[in-house]
Design a protein around this ligand. Structure first.
Ligand SMILES: NC(=O)CCC(=O)C(=O)O
Length: 304
């Protein structure tokens, strides 16, 4: 996409820190659907309906490389080509599309294990318009392969392949950039998205109990202040009976690196008002976006 971004207008963001993610995929989908509709309601007129609802990373399956081949679904989405969500081979896509339409919200449907036509597996986020149209996907670009002795060893690349495209989508109020969890550790991706005109970067995620306390907030605040954009990650709730213990603490950060809202560890829906003025003020006061020395260092935005 190379068009100009839409004018940045105020919007309300809801993060669903989903719990009850277990072995039963049908139950995971049912609960996720109920929580999307709950997040999108106005609670009897007590608050504004959100414009965007976000689910966490891998919401339809337990998180672990051994589970991905079992829970993977074909999506067969080709950007720019017509896609009939009602006829999607992915039951998760059919549910998410229907929920977005019923709720009348933009939906970043967390991520699911995806199986492509060649049998390769990806950790893939899907995005839906208020009409339930599939408008964007993002395949996790940096796989979560870490080994901290005595603490955590995780190797997504055992079963997953990495995506290779930069992805964002336009709404009537903002351009929103996509990443998934470990992608947050790579400032280049966030900078490219910001330089392509994204106003907010939203990454479904699932940090753990070793790196979560150290880096979850730090990295989001860093990406926000680096690029003077809103930055947000949505985690699953913590479940100490699961094979992977998610950190939780879904949050939204503003362009001055202020944490606007933060969840605890349990299932919870949190909301943030996104005010474009905060981005304009940050960029006017500290004009790093126009002070970069690309004459001295390589433009990381390149041609990506
Ligand atoms: N799901 C992930 O990519 C986890 C990333 C993570 O925990 C980290 O420390 O990075």
């Amino acid at each position: 996409m190379s068009s100009a971004p839409p004018t940045f207008k105020p919007f309300t963001l809801a993060l669903v820190q989903l719990g009850q993610i277990g072995a039963d995929k049908a139950a995971n989908l049912k609960h996720a659907r109920e929580m999307i509709l709950k997040a999108a309601s106005d609670e009897g007129g007590t608050r504004a309906r959100p414009d965007v609802v976000v689910l966490p990373e891998v919401f339809n399956s337990p998180y672990g490389h051994q589970h991905f081949p079992v829970y993977a679904e074909p999506i067969n989405y080709v950007p720019g080509e017509a896609y009939d969500t009602a006829a999607s081979p992915s039951e998760s896509v059919r549910m998410l599309s229907g929920a977005a339409k019923e709720a009348g919200v933009w939906l970043i449907g967390g991520s699911i294990p995806e199986k492509d036509k060649d049998g390769k597996l990806y950790n893939t986020a899907t995005v839906y318009s208020r009409e339930g149209k599939l408008v964007a996907t993002h395949r996790k670009m940096h796989l979560f392969d870490i080994d901290i002795p005595g603490k955590i060893t995780f190797k997504e690349s055992t079963t997953l392949s990495a995506g290779s495209s930069i992805n964002y989508f336009d709404t009537e109020f903002a351009r929103i950039g996509l990443g998934i969890c470990y992608d947050v550790r790579f400032p280049e991706l966030a900078m490219i998205l910001a330089r392509k005109g994204c106003h907010a970067l939203i990454y479904p995620g699932a940090f753990n109990l070793t790196t979560g306390p150290l880096h979850w907030e730090l990295l989001q605040r860093a990406r926000a202040v680096d690029n003077q954009v809103f930055f947000s990650m949505c985690s699953p709730a913590r479940d100490m009976t699961a094979g992977y213990h998610a950190w939780g603490h879904s949050m939204v950060v503003d362009p001055m690196a202020r944490v606007l809202t933060e969840a605890g560890e349990d299932e919870e829906i949190i909301y943030a008002q996104i005010d474009p003025q905060a981005m304009h003020d940050a960029r006017a006061g500290i004009p790093v976006t126009t002070q970069r020395r690309f004459d001295v260092y390589r433009d990381v935005a390149g041609d990506a």
